[in-house]
Ligand binder design. Sequence first.
Ligand SMILES: Cc1ncc(COP(=O)(O)O)c(C=O)c1O
Length: 397
Amino acid sequence: MEMSRRASGMQASPIRRLVPYANEARKAGKKVYPLNIGQPDIKTPKGFFEAIRNVDLEVLAYADSAGDPKLIEAIQDYYKTYDMDFATDEIIITNGGSEALLFSIIALCDPGDNIIVAEPFYTNYNGFSAAVNVEVKGITTKAENGFHLPAKEEIEKVIDDKTRAFILNNPGNPTGVVYTPEEVQMIVDIAKEKDLFIVADEVYREFVYDDSEYKSFGNYPDAADRVVIVDSVSKRYSACGARIGSLACKNKDFMASIMKLCQGRLCVPTMEMIGATELYRTPTSYFKEVNDEYRKRRDTVYNALKKMDGVVCEEPKGAFYVAVKFPVDDAEKFIIWMLTEFDYNGETVMMAPLEGFYATEGLGKDEARIAYILEVPELEKAMKVLEEGLKAYPGRK
Ligand SMILES: Cc1ncc(COP(=O)(O)O)c(C=O)c1O
């Protein structure tokens, strides 16, 4: 039987698609450095596990569709530390940030509508949109200027009468960009002028380096009725497997639509919400330690890349990714070759090809994303393997 054109037309995730090659390489005895996926190795704060261990329930019941009120309260307190004030009914807990994004797109767009993203963008925006017949339109940003946004006129050119929202990720995956307060203000201005929503994917809010100034889209009271803040414990507390995310918005119609979708999927797992409540109570000193660690990792990877012949990248200022242009014919071919044909002392590296992170056809063919989610000594070895692989690759330009 045929599958729907919608499902058949969806791209497989470029982050996960090449995993079978890595599995084969491992089976063949190679060590593979997994730099393809944003799966941090930092320890999840112990409070998460302790809270779950201490649960004394006789029935594991459905939770409220909006989420556990204690978790919502903990998130309200967390937002206050960023000068954001959300009422209890302005926050909904979701199955990861992923569900918050999908539900936002469904609530805001009809089939045939479009959303504006800054490309390269978090590739699953593509999948979520394609699944509900929504088009993703890209504002192209470039490594050469650190993936910052183009001028207002350039952005306005991409908007048409089917545009419903921006989805912007700040700090950015895969680019590591941190938008300046001026850029954030510019998007707010355009959204107001063109009557658009801003879905602000801020799951990497704490991962900002070198004193770069960070401004949340949640800090603009004059746009509060058109801003949706998407969050998650996955990266913030190194708890990807908890599948706990949230969205926060002051627009009552939007929240009412989201609530209908949430009621349909009943609720988010009860135990993980109990653990996540403790996560949001983690002292802020945790972020400082984690941030210092990622900055060291960023330095290790960036400094190594800068020394590699023909490699182009800018120093990322946030999140834990770097988008890299390689001197190769095709980045995906190069990554597959690294996994299937190459090893350096029995080791190789896996990355994510960047083409699927663009909406504009033809862009990103020679680019890949590296996630610096391993400890510094491992990253040093991985960078050496990559350097040797680049020298040996037959499709080198
Ligand atoms: C920018 C961005 N948004 C959302 C997500 C989804 O996160 P979650 O694990 O909360 O579904 C990710 C995960 O990699 C991400 O990088």
